[in-house]
Ligand binder design. Structure first.
Ligand code: HT7
Ligand code: ZN
Length: 878
C-alpha cells in the first residue's frame, strides 16, 4: 500500500474559508449540499483543486453558480478550470451517500435509528468532497432537514440559530459554529434522544448550557458524566486558566462506535461505555473511565480544537498532551497523595503492559510517526500514552508552574492555528529559558523522533573514605524497524537514597537529567552503602536495570517515601520470582519464597496504607509484562507460573484475606470515590483468593458466601467481582451465577458486554475457553457488527486471555484469522485492532510460532484486504 510520509508535508494549494452544508437526512439516501468559499493559497504554485471523497455519489458541481468541468481521479474530485485570479470563489457540490449501508462507522452512519458522524481522522470525505486535512480550517453553518417523528432532535456544532417545521412531516434546524475548525471536528446527530441539561456559570461569570443526549431508557445513567463534565470545566479554568468558549456544550452517546469518544467542537460523540454509569450497572472502573474520558474530550476543546494539528503525523500534539491533562485531572480528583499515586501506578501499568510491547514489536513507531499506510492504525498507546509521558517529562524538567506558563505561551502564540509538536516544545522551553528543557531542547525532541523503550543501566559505588556514593547511569535504546541506531535521550531520573533501616538520607532527593550515554552522579555525606530509589514516580518511560538485592527491594517495599517506587519494589520482587520459575526446568513449583510472602502480608495488613494501593501491590505482574522480559515466550509456562503464584498467595495469606474481606466492607450507599472504590477492589481481590483456596480444599464456605454476595449485591462492582471470583476459581456455582446475571441484565447492553468478556477472559482449563467463545458467537445477544460486543468477546479472547489464545494446536490463531477476515469485510478499523493480537508472534516458542506465522500469512494473502489490516499484518511478517 502507498505510504504517506511526514517529510512530504506540503501546505494546501487552496484554503476553504466557509462551509455551508445542507443535509436532507434519509438512511437510504442522504442528500448533501456543500457550498464553500474557496481561495487559492498564494504561497503555493498554481495547480488544480483536488478534493477528497469516498463512497459518495456526485450529482452536481458549480463554480460561482455555473456548471464547470471536473474529473474523478481515484478517490479525488479534480477541478482544473477555476477562476483565473486570486479572488475567492463559490464552490457548490451536491452529493448523496447511504448512511444505513455505512458499516465502517466512519462518516455519516445510522445506529439504532439515529444518525451519527465520525470524521476523525478522514471521515469527512465520506460526507462530502473536501480538503480533508486538519490544516484547512473553516467556519461552518449547517442546516439539517429530516422527518420530525423519527428524528425529533437535530444537532450540529455551535449554536442553534433557527428551527421549524417543513412540509410532509419534516422539520429543520440550522446551526452556526462561530469557531473555525478543521473538518475532522464536524459532527451531526439526528434521532429520537432525550437529554440531561445543566446550566452553569463559570468562574469568570459567563453562562453556559451543558447537555448530555442519550436514549430515553438511559437518562438515569447520565448524572456521573454530567458531574464529571462540570468538574473538568472547573479544573481547566483553575489549573490552566482555560475557560469554556461555547454557549452550549453537548455530548451524545451511541452504542455503535469504533473508539471511546470524539471531541467534535461543542458536540462530543461518545461510546455509551464512557458516558453511562449507574451503580446498578457500572463498576468502579466504569465510573473512573467515564470521569477521565469525559474530561479528556472536554480538554481537547483547547488542546486539539483551539490549537489543532498541522497534519496527522502530529497526532500526539493533541493526544499526548490531552492524555497528560486527563491524567493530571484524575489525580487531582482522587484527592489524597496516596490516591494520586494509585492513579499513577495504574497509568504506568498500562504503559508497561501495552506500550512497551508495542515499542518492541513490528508496529513500533516514534511518538511522531514518520510514515503510515492508514492513519487509523496510529491511534496507538505510543502516540497517546507514551506521548503523555513525554509531556510529563517536560513538566518535570520545567516544574509545575513553569509548565503552566509554557502552555499559556503556547495558546498565546498558536490559538486558532494548526501546528506541530515542535511548536509545543518550543513554547514550553521559551517560557522556561533557564530550564534543562531549554538547554537540551534538540535532544529532547528525540522522544518524538526515535521509537523504542530506552534502557538505563545502573551501578553504584560507595566510598567510605570520601563518604560519597557515586551512581553510574548508562543509557541505550534497542533498534526498531527502520531505526537501527539511536541517539541518547534526555531522561529525567528522580532519585533519593535510603539507609538499610529505610530512612531517607537527608538532602539526597534530586533530579538527575541524563542526556549522554554515560552519566556519573556523586552524592556527598553518605556514611554507609545506601539503597538508591530511582526513577521515582516513574519520571521517564524507560526500563531501569538496577541490580538491587532482594533485601534492598524489601526495604524499599516497606519504607520508600515515594509510593510509586514502593509499589515498584514489590513488583520487581514478584517479577524476579516469576522469571526464575519460567526459566527453570521441569514442573512449576511454588515460585514465591517465605520472605516475599511475608512482605506482601505486611503490605496487606499495613495499618495506614490505602486499600487501593494494597490491591495494586498484591496484583501479579501482567502476563505481557513478564513475556517482554524474555527472548523466547512460552505462554503456557508463563500462565502456569502466574497461576502457581496466585495459588500460593491464596493459601499462604488465607487468614489475611479473610481479614481483608471483613475489614473493608462498606456500609451505607454506593459512592464512586477513590477511597470507597479502593476498599471494594481489595474485598474483590480477597474473594478471588478465598474462592481459589476453596477450590483446592473443597471447602464450600467461601464460594457459598461469594454466591450469596453475588445475589445480594447492591452495586455492580460487588456483584461483578463476586461473579468473576466464582468464574476464575472455576467453581460449579459459576455457571448458575452466569445464567442469573444474563437473565437479570439481558436488556443492558453494556452489562452484556461484561458477561461476554468475563467468559472469554476466564482461566483456561484444558482448552475449554475457545469452544465456549465459539458457542457464544452464536448467542442471540452476540452482534458482530457492534464494536463493543465484538471487542468484548473476540477482543478479550485474543488480546486478554493468553493461556486460552495461545493453544498448541493453533486453533486460537485460526479463530483469530477467521474473525479478522470476517470483520475486515465491513469494519477495517475494528479488524486492524484485532489483527494486532499477533504482533509479538516472532518471540513465541514452538509450536506457537509456526502456527501463528501460518495464520498471519493466510490473512496477508487474502483478497480483498483493507489497507488497515494489510499494514498491520505485513509489518508483523516483515
Ligand atoms: N480524537 C478521538 C479519536 C477518534 C477516532 C479516530 C479514528 C477513528 C475513530 C475515532 N473516534 C475517535 C478520540 C480521542 O482521543 O479523544
Ligand atoms: Zn484524545
Amino acid at each position: 500500500a502507498r505510504l504517506i510520509r511526514r517529510e512530504d508535508y506540503c501546505p494546501p494549494a487552496y484554503w476553504i474559508d466557509t462551509v455551508d452544508l445542507t443535509f436532507d437526512l434519509d438512511p437510504a439516501k442522504t442528500r448533501v449540499l456543500n457550498r464553500m468559499r474557496v481561495r487559492r493559497n498564494p504561497d503555493q504554485p498554481r495547480q488544480p483543486l483536488r478534493l477528497d471523497g469516498e463512497d459518495l455519489t456526485l450529482a452536481r458541481v458549480l463554480v460561482n453558480g455555473a456548471g464547470t468541468s471536473f474529473r474523478i481521479d481515484g478517490a479525488q474530485l479534480v477541478l482544473e478550470n477555476l477562476p483565473e485570479g486570486d479572488e475567492p470563489f463559490e464552490l457548490e457540490i451536491f452529493t448523496t451517500c447511504a448512511p444505513e449501508k455505512n458499516t465502517q462507522l466512519m462518516g455519516l452512519y445510522v445506529s439504532q435509528g439515529t444518525f451519527y458522524t465520525q470524521c476523525e481522522a478522514e471521515g469527512f470525505r465520506r460526507i462530502t468532497y473536501f480538503l480533508d486535512r486538519p490544516d484547512v480550517m473553516a467556519t461552518y453553518s449547517v442546516t439539517l432537514r429530516a422527518d420530525k417523528a423519527r428524528y425529533p432532535v437535530l444537532l450540529s456544532n455551535g449554536n442553534l440559530v433557527e428551527a421549524g417545521d417543513l412540509e410532509g412531516g419534516r422539520h429543520y434546524a440550522r446551526w452556526v459554529d462561530p469557531h473555525r475548525k478543521p473538518c475532522y471536528l464536524f459532527a451531526l446527530v439526528a434521532g429520537n434522544l432525550v437529554c440531561r441539561s445543566q446550566p452553569i456559570r463559570s468562574r469568570s461569570g459567563t453562562d453556559h448550557l451543558l447537555q448530555i443526549y442519550v436514549r430515553a431508557a438511559d437518562l438515569d445513567k447520565t448524572e456521573h458524566a454530567m458531574h464529571s463534565l462540570m468538574a473538568a470545566i472547573a479544573w481547566d479554568e483553575t489549573r490552566f486558566g482555560l475557560p469554556l468558549d461555547l454557549e452550549r456544550f453537548m455530548i451524545v452517546a451511541t452504542s455503535d462506535f469504533n473508539m471511546g469518544a470524539m471531541e467534535n467542537k461543542g458536540l462530543n460523540i461518545f461510546n455509551t461505555k464512557y458516558i453511562l454509569a449507574h451503580p446498578a450497572t457500572a463498576t468502579d472502573t466504569d465510573f473512573a473511565n467515564v470521569e477521565s474520558v469525559v474530561a479528556h474530550e472536554y480538554f481537547h476543546n483547547w488542546t486539539g480544537n483551539r490549537v489543532t494539528c498541522r497534519d496527522w503525523f502530529q497526532l500526539s500534539l493533541k493526544e499526548g498532551l490531552t492524555v497528560f491533562r486527563d491524567q493530571e485531572f484524575s489525580m487531582d480528583m482522587a484527592g489524597s497523595p496516596s490516591a494520586r499515586a494509585v492513579k499513577r501506578i495504574e497509568d504506568v501499568r498500562v504503559l508497561r503492559t501495552a506500550q512497551f510491547p508495542e515499542d518492541a514489536g513490528p508496529m513500533a513507531h516514534p511518538v511522531r510517526p514518520d510514515q503510515y499506510a492508514e492513519i487509523n492504525n496510529f491511534y496507538t498507546v505510543t502516540v497517546y500514552e507514551k506521548g503523555a509521558e513525554v509531556v510529563r517529562m517536560m513538566q518535570t524538567l520545567v516544574g509545575r508552574e513553569g509548565f503552566t506558563r509554557g502552555l499559556k505561551l503556547y495558546f498565546e502564540r498558536h490559538d486558532g492555528q494548526a501546528v506541530t509538536c515542535d511548536d509545543l516544545v518550543q513554547a514550553i522551553a521559551d517560557a522556561n529559558p533557564d530550564s534543562p528543557l531549554a538547554r537540551l531542547q534538540p535532544q529532547f525532541m528525540r522522544w518524538y523522533a526515535q521509537a523504542g523503550t530506552p534502557r538505563v543501566q545502573i551501578s553504584g559505588q560507595h566510598d567510605p573514605a570520601t563518604r560519597t556514593y557515586t551512581l553510574s547511569l548508562h543509557q541505550s535504546c534497542p533498534p526498531t524497524p527502520g531505526q537501527p541506531h539511536k541517539e541518547p535521550f534526555v531522561i529525567p531520573v528522580a532519585a533519593a537514597l535510603f539507609d538499610h533501616e529505610g530512612r531517607l538520607l537527608p538532602g539526597s532527593e534530586r533530579l538527575i537529567v541524563l542526556h549522554e550515554p554515560h552519566t556519573e552522579v556523586v552524592f556527598p555525606d553518605v556514611d554507609s552503602p545506601p539503597i538508591a530509589s530511582l526513577l521515582r514516580g516513574f519520571s521517564a518511560p524507560v526500563i531501569l536495570e538496577h541490580p538491587l538485592s532482594d533485601d534492598e527491594l524489601l526495604v524499599l517495599l516497606a519504607h520508600d517515601t515515594d509510593p510509586f517506587n514502593r509499589w515498584e519494589a514489590g513488583q520487581q520482587l514478584l517479577l524476579r520470582r516469576a522469571l526464575a520459575a519460567v526459566r527453570a526446568e521441569g514442573p512449576v513449583h511454588a515460585p514465591l519464597d517465605a520472605a516475599t510472602l511475608q512482605a506482601l502480608r505486611a503490605v496487606l495488613r499495613h495499618p495506614t496504607l490505602d486499600a487501593a494501593f494494597k490491591e495494586l501491590a498484591l496484583t501479579l505482574p501482567a502476563h505481557t509484562y513478564i513475556a517482554e522480559q524474555l527472548d523466547e515466550v512460552d505462554p503456557q509456562r508463563i500462565h502456569a507460573v502466574r497461576e502457581a503464584m496466585r495459588t500460593q498467595l491464596a493459601h499462604a495469606l488465607h487468614e489475611d484475606w479473610i481479614w481483608a474481606y471483613e475489614a473493608h466492607q462498606d456500609s451505607g450507599g454506593y459512592r464512586p470515590d477513590a477511597a470507597a472504590a479502593g476498599r471494594r477492589a481489595l474485598t474483590g481481590m480477597a474473594l478471588h483468593m478465598l474462592c481459589l483456596a476453596a477450590r483446592d480444599s473443597g471447602n464450600p464456605v467461601w464460594p457459598g458466601k461469594t454466591y450469596q454476595r453475588f445475589k445480594d449485591a447492591t452495586n455492580m462492582t460487588d456483584r461483578y467481582q463476586a461473579l468473576s471470583a466464582l468464574v476464575s476459581a472455576g467453581h460449579e456455582l459459576a455457571e448458575r451465577a452466569l445464567a442469573l446475571f444474563h437473565e437479570r441484565f439481558r436488556h443492558e447492553e453494556l452489562v452484556l458486554d461484561k458477561w461476554f468478556a468475563l467468559q472469554a477472559g476466564a482461566p483456561d482449563r484444558g482448552g475449554d475457553i475457545l469452544p465456549r467463545v465459539q458457542a457464544l458467537l452464536q448467542h442471540p445477544d452476540f452482534h458482530l457488527r457492534n464494536p463493543n460486543r465484538a471487542r468484548s468477546l473476540i477482543g478479550t479472547y485474543c488480546h486478554a486471555n493468553p493461556a486460552a489464545f495461545h493453544r498448541a494446536d493453533g486453533a486460537g490463531y485460526a479463530f483469530w484469522r477467521d474473525r479478522v477476515l470476517e470483520i475486515d469485510a465491513f469494519n477495517p478499523q475494528v479488524a486492524a485492532r484485532l489483527a494486532r493480537a499477533l504482533d509479538r508472534w516472532k518471540k513465541l516458542a514452538e509450536p506457537y510460532r509456526s502456527q501463528a506465522h501460518a495464520a498471519l500469512r493466510v490473512v496477508a494473502a487474502h483478497e480483498p484486504l483493507s489497507t488497515d489490516v494489510r499494514e498491520v499484518v505485513s509489518r508483523a511478517l516483515a
